[in-house]
Ligand binder design. Structure first.
Ligand code: PLP
Ligand SMILES: N[C@@H](CCOP(=O)(O)O)C(=O)O
Length: 467
């Protein structure tokens, strides 16, 4: 399997190189050159597989022979042994034909663990085989950072630098990033919002001299390895609801568009997915784009679902590439207009293809709080604010297929928002019970590309080896 950039001007890479590259050298995002597909009979034969076995079956076509099958299987099993639920990503029913896909049973209580536990082990393996070190950079609105730090802490071949918006993540999220104590972990509180952090990370990738000197690699969903791993739970949940003999719809709390793009990938691979519904908070750029065809950035508004306080939704570029019939020049045109004027209008035929697969809705902070309260009184189920956005938006959808809402985080990550909506302060699980008293270690830096690069460069062992 080879991987191509959405902008068509970067080298075509094999799996291991795409994994280490993160962002393509032309600023684009890697995608498989063609989608591996599974027939209905293939999918039927997946029924009853454990989550790790399903992951091995679905992901092997992407990995190919670059990692020996037995090694890949061992890595997958180790990654999912870190989860506290036997099913890894269980589904629970919360209404007639309505289900929640619980993605928060990993070490840091958010869906990011599903991909990150696998990605860290895969990168470690590839780096060890090559005898190399890498410098990992990531931007986070709260959950990616904690998951990445948990997965990479203490790993000999990587130094990890996570940029988070100072004062805009929940206290639990902040401490998951700042209390690891591992010497290869560097948490950086940036004076700015998530989009600033993401722009700084992309800027480091686009500075090719810096990129090459530090052996830069990324763990945001710009990395294909992240999306790939997230495909599996679309299959696992749909299989348990009768796929491939029944179609299933999904509503996905969305920010950077990585999670829902994994649902789109699952559909391309043969899973009978009916509708993919984008659920946004007040930062509703994607809901507006689907409604009026213009992708237009506005200022980020802080909300009670901080992980989704995002305007520049990176993975939408992958969808544009697909909707444009994989026309990289069209994607470059859209991205140039975004850079120049903060907006672009999607061509009618591209928009029609997007609307054929996706719907979108928005939940305000008041609606989200009201949903947390009503689901608690109706189902005795405590939602986190991000999952509540999914539930709220799904309520406005009508269709013949069962609706699965992705429950992307545990309520204990956002105790203030949950308490103010429901009166209940959710407790952290026992393995995190001392989190709020552990000593913190992080650096506050301005949103200044040069200062961030200098900070990373001075602490990167991969860069030191190149001096
Ligand atoms: C809890 C939670 N829900 C939803 C999202 C949105 O996911 P995505 O960025 O993949 O669209 C995020 C972060 O991205 C998150 O942390
Ligand atoms: N919500 C995310 C934002 C980064 O998204 P990613 O999926 O591209 O890593 C977070 O919690 O950091």
């Amino acid at each position: 399997m080879k991987f191509v950039s959405t902008r068509g001007e970067a080298p075509i890479l094999g799996f291991s190189d795409a994994l280490l590259a993160g962002l393509a050298r032309d600023g684009g995002l890697y995608l498989p050159q063609s989608w591996p597909t599974f027939s209905a009979a293939d999918i039927r034969a997946m029924r009853g597989l454990s989550y790790p076995d399903l992951a091995i079956r679905l992901l092997t076509p992407f990995v190919g022979d670059e990692i020996p099958q037995a090694t890949f299987a061992k890595i997958v099993r180790e990654a999912y042994a870190t989860f506290r639920h036997d099913a890894v990503c269980p589904i629970v029913q919360h209404g007639p034909d309505s289900y929640l896909l619980e993605l928060f049973h990993g070490p840091t209580l958010a869906f990011k663990d599903v991909a990150m536990q696998l990605l860290a082990r895969l990168m470690d393996h590839v780096l060890a085989e090559r005898g190399q070190r890498a410098t990992i950079v990531g931007a986070t609105s709260g959950d990616t950072g904690g998951a990445a730090i948990d997965a990479f802490a203490g790993r000999e071949r990587t130094d990890i630098f996570i940029l988070f918006p100072n004062g805009r993540v929940s206290p639990v999220q902040q401490r998951q990033m700042t209390t690891s104590g591992a010497s290869n972990v560097h948490a950086i509180a940036v004076e700015g919002n998530f989009d600033d952090c993401q722009a700084l990370v992309k800027g480091m990738f686009n500075d090719h001299a810096f990129r090459d000197r530090t052996m830069l690699s990324g763990v945001n969903s710009i990395n294909w390895g992240r999306i790939m791993a997230q495909i599996v739970y679309y299959f696992s949940s749909a299989l348990s609801l009768g796929a491939p003999d029944r179609s299933v719809s999904f509503t996905v709390p969305t920010g950077n568009f990585g999670d829902i793009f994994a649902g789109y990938a699952a559909k391309r691979m043969g899973l009978p997915v009916d509708r993919l519904v984008i659920a946004t908070n007040d930062n509703d750029i994607l809901a507006r784009t689907l409604a009026n065809g213009t992708y237009e950035t506005r200022g980020v508004v802080p909300t009670t679902s901080p992980s989704m306080d995002i305007q520049v939704s990176s993975n939408f570029e992958r969808l544009l590439f697909e909707a444009a019939g994989r026309d990289a020049a069209a994607v470059r045109g859209y991205m140039d207009r975004l850079k120049q004027s903060g907006a672009f209008t999607i061509a009618d035929d591209h928009l029609a293809r997007i609307r054929a697969e996706f719907d979108a809705g928005r939940s305000s902070m008041a609606e989200t709080a009201e949903t947390m309260k009503s689901v608690l009184s109706r189902n005795s189920y405590l939602l986190d604010p991000h999952s509540a956005i999914g539930v709220r938006v799904a309520q406005g959808q009508r269709g013949a297929s069962p609706m699965v809402v992705l429950a992307t985080a545990h309520p204990a990550k956002f105790p203030d928002a949950v308490k103010s909506a429901t009166g209940i302060a959710p407790a952290l699980p026992e393995w995190l019970s001392d989190l709020m008293t552990r000593p913190e270690n992080y650096k506050v830096l301005p949103s200044d590309p040069k200062m961030i690069e200098d900070y990373v460069s001075a602490r990167s062992r991969a860069a030191a080896e190149r001096v």
